[in-house]
Design a protein around this ligand. Structure first.
Ligand code: ZN
Length: 198
């Protein structure tokens, strides 16, 4: 629940709570949102869920910023512009990742010890695929190269050896960086058709 006295707007079928966005900004975010959603629907052959609610609020601390999704809400806790960076590549990657959580986290819920890893890494994997097909090869190579650089000279346990979330060594690195790269490698091995991408 998001309570208080704040501005509410709707654009197309999505909601904007306290985002302070102009019509132009909502139109740009709408375009980004629907492009990714249509891409996921097309490739996974599963219709997307309900409309998205974008929520913006200030964090209690002065300098921190935190974005997260609690489907169907995507929340920006920030003192800067939360949803107006629609041209920035980090923002596009973020929206692609959060929207992918409809499929991994809502439509499909994982209940095992490794559920968190599957939920985050598969959403990230989908967002990387969307980056490649919608935003272009350079943006894709940028994201993959950044991940590979982060994995240089670190030793992480193999997925098959992990019995609980506490064994990741570094959770952020494991679920957002390492595991998505593994899914890309698996796709290379078995072919994109078997990963729902033709
Ligand atoms: Zn996520």
């Amino acid at each position: 629940m998001f309570a208080g006295d704040y501005g509410i707007a709707t654009y197309d079928k999505n909601y904007y709570l306290n985002t302070g966005s102009s019509k132009q900004q909502m139109s740009e975010l709408e375009k980004l949102t629907s492009t990714f959603i249509h891409y996921y629907e097309r490739n996974l052959s599963i219709p997307y869920g309900e409309a998205i609610t974008y929520i913006e609020t200030a964090p209690t601390s002065k300098y921190d910023t935190w974005y997260f999704v609690a489907y169907p809400s995507i929340v920006a806790m920030t003192r800067e512009d939360g949803f107006t960076n629609t041209q920035a590549s980090w923002f596009k990657a973020f929206i692609a990742h959060e929207l992918a959580h409809y499929y991994f986290g809502t439509y499909k819920k994982f209940n095992s010890e490794l559920g968190d890893m599957f939920t985050e890494s598969l959403a990230e994997y989908l967002s990387i695929k969307a980056t490649k097909d919608l935003l272009g090869k350079d943006a894709y190579l940028d994201r993959v190269t950044n991940k590979l650089n982060e994995l240089k000279e670190v030793e992480l346990p193999a997925i098959s050896s992990i019995k609980s979330g506490s064994e990741y060594v570094d959770r952020e690195l494991y679920v957002y960086v390492y595991a998505p790269v593994i899914w890309l490698a698996v796709e290379k091995e078995i072919g994109s058709e078997k990963c729902c991408y033709g």
